[in-house]
Design a protein around this ligand. Structure first.
Ligand SMILES: [Zn+2]
Ligand SMILES: [Zn+2]
Length: 315
């Protein structure tokens, strides 16, 4: 039993809020991003003690299949809808019951704010960059500078890459500059593709990270902006509002999809954050008590820069 201190709001929550991409069981408490303090433990729990600060890993697997054995509980070959807020109650509550395996102990130096950002947006961005082997000789173009995009900017920078952030909103671009983006582009006066192409001209390696969910970016901008490097690695992160057809014949480019992050990723993220003295928690910009949930979701709809959280301390 974990006492929830912070529960994050995520772009994905809007799909549930409007029951857009999947059916939502109204009897299940929402919220797949939760961090808190272990309150009590059941019989047989030996690794986690009451009083410990934890990030609640959002997925739970069968514990028996190959993916679960590899720490990829989020890719379990047996379980379905195995995220908190889907089959199990989520984090929009004072307390949440989870398994011992889902409790990832926070390093002493890590704040709850850092952890709530990592619990979804940060972890997702990190895993996406690792999937395409982001390195110091890459130029990484991040499309969409919400919390996932901001995290991608921060981690790509920490991995040594040059980073270009693209977002139509001035506020998002301004915020991204504080997380280390080298270049920031909007969509004014028009399509940013030619400019991105120009910026990629001298790059040794090119990576495109799609965090916007915009169908224009997904199907057109990326493919027009990145052919300068036939070996561009493209990773589609955002779910997007529609199921856009993914282009397959793209020269020698690598197109990758990604879904949150694995259990082992958590430990390597923590070591990167410590080594580079990063502060993902600075992405938390808006706090609400749970009673003001409707207000919080309204704000989420407007896509403000930064992360919105429910903060138990405000109740
Ligand atoms: Zn999320
Ligand atoms: Zn499994």
């Amino acid at each position: 039993l974990v006492r929830v201190t912070l529960s994050g709001l995520c772009g994905t929550d809007l799909h549930s809020y409007h029951a857009r991409l999947w059916q939502v069981d109204p009897a299940v408490i929402q919220g797949h991003e939760a961090v808190g303090v272990v309150h009590t433990v059941g019989e047989g729990v030996t690794r986690i003690q009451p009083g410990e600060r934890v990030l609640v890993y959002q997925a739970f697997g069968c514990q028996q299949c190959l993916e679960c054995a590899l720490g990829n509980d989020h890719l379990c070959q047996v379980a379905t809808n195995h995220h908190i807020g889907q089959k199990r109650h989520g984090g929009r509550a004072d307390f949440i019951v989870v398994t011992e395996r889902m409790c990832l102990r926070l390093p002493e130096w890590m704040s709850f704010e850092d952890a709530v950002v990592l619990s979804c947006a940060g972890g997702t961005a990190y895993a996406a960059l690792r999937k395409v082997n982001t390195s110091y000789d890459d130029t990484v173009v991040v499309f969409g500078l919400g919390p996932v995009g901001l995290s991608a900017v921060m981690f790509a920078k920490a991995m040594g890459a040059k980073v270009i952030g693209v977002d139509p909103k001035h506020e998002q671009r301004k915020f991204a500059s504080t997380f280390g983006a080298d270049e920031l582009l909007g969509t004014e006066p028009g399509d940013p593709a030619p400019l991105i192409k120009e910026l990629l001209r001298g790059a040794a390696g090119a990576v495109a990270v799609e965090c916007s969910g915009s169908s224009v970016v997904r199907t057109s901008t990326i493919l027009q902006a990145t052919p300068i490097r036939n070996t561009t690695r493209i990773v589609y992160v955002a779910l997007g509002a529609s199921e856009d057809r993914m282009p397959v014949r793209v020269g020698q480019r690598t197109v990758t999809g990604t879904h949150i992050f694995s259990l082992p990723d958590f430990y390597t993220i923590c070591s990167l954050i410590a080594a580079k003295n990063l502060h993902p928690g600075e992405m938390v910009t808006h706090r609400f008590p749970l009673e003001k949930a409707a207000e919080a979701y309204q704000l989420l709809e407007q896509q403000p820069s930064g992360k919105i959280v429910f903060d138990a301390a405000l109740e």
